[in-house]
Design a protein around this ligand. Sequence first.
Ligand code: GSY
Length: 160
Amino acid sequence: MTRTRAYLALGSNLGDRAAYLQHAIDGLAATEGIDVVAVSRVYATEPVGGPTQDDYLNAVVAIDTMLTPHELLGVAHAIEDSAQRVRAVRWGPRTLDVDVLLYDDIKLDDDVLTIPHPRMWERDFVLVPLHDVAPDVVHDSDHAQGGVRDAEVALRLPVT
Ligand code: GSY
């Protein structure tokens, strides 16, 4: 069966932020059809958009997957739900956000999913960690590093 390289963005600015990011990685690694192959450094980032809210921790994971993009989106939403995510305020604070950024080089746009992620190229909180795991996709000159600093938190790549 074909394995496809995909990249997911993780974000949290509510509760134990680092634990929620690790929860996402562990949930992805425990999912049949997903191999987590690399995890970026963790960055403390200023919130972009939405109401006044606390800083985020952000990271990006590279996976190899046999799931379709929509199956992957379903897994991402299930992991968000398992982190007690409440969808109250658009762009508001959240325990965990798991966004599908890229799925090989496919382009897809329907009612529920757009790949590449439509706002990823404007977001340093995505581009800086994506550069860690995919320097061939995001080059140094693609991001300004504004409002993004090393959080000095390490995430574990689970052994499966
Ligand atoms: O789109 C993801 C949630 N989100 C973030 C985020 O993850 N990081 C930062 N820095 N700002 C954000 N605004 C939103 S909404």
